[in-house]
Design a protein. Structure first.
Length: 96
């Protein structure tokens, strides 16, 4: 069964954040990086994959996305830095 993902992108370390969900994380991040994602990410240059987590269902990934979107910014930063303290772009670590 193919997993679904909740993910966060950043423009740079401590920069603008974007949260989304998808069933094709590699393809979706590629789209963001190439200006084919959301208008928001294109406008603010938010293309660095800094955090993601898999989910068994689309509903679970979507629920987690909406939960994170309601969080304070500092909580989002803490979530990112717990697994990616340098805010490295995780895109190249994905299995393309």
């Amino acid at each position: 069964m193919k997993p679904f993902y909740t993910y966060m992108l950043a423009s740079q370390k401590n920069g603008t954040l974007y949260t989304g969900h998808t069933d094709d994380i590699s393809g979706r991040v590629w789209a963001h990086k190439n200006g084919l994602g959301s208008i928001f990410t294109r406008k603010y240059g938010v293309t660095r994959l800094v955090w993601y987590e898999p989910h068994a269902t689309r509903d679970a990934a979507k629920t987690r996305e909406y939960q994170i979107k309601k969080w304070k910014r500092v909580w989002k930063i803490e979530l990112i830095e717990a697994s990616n303290p340098e805010w490295l772009d995780l895109y190249m670590k994905l299995n393309h």
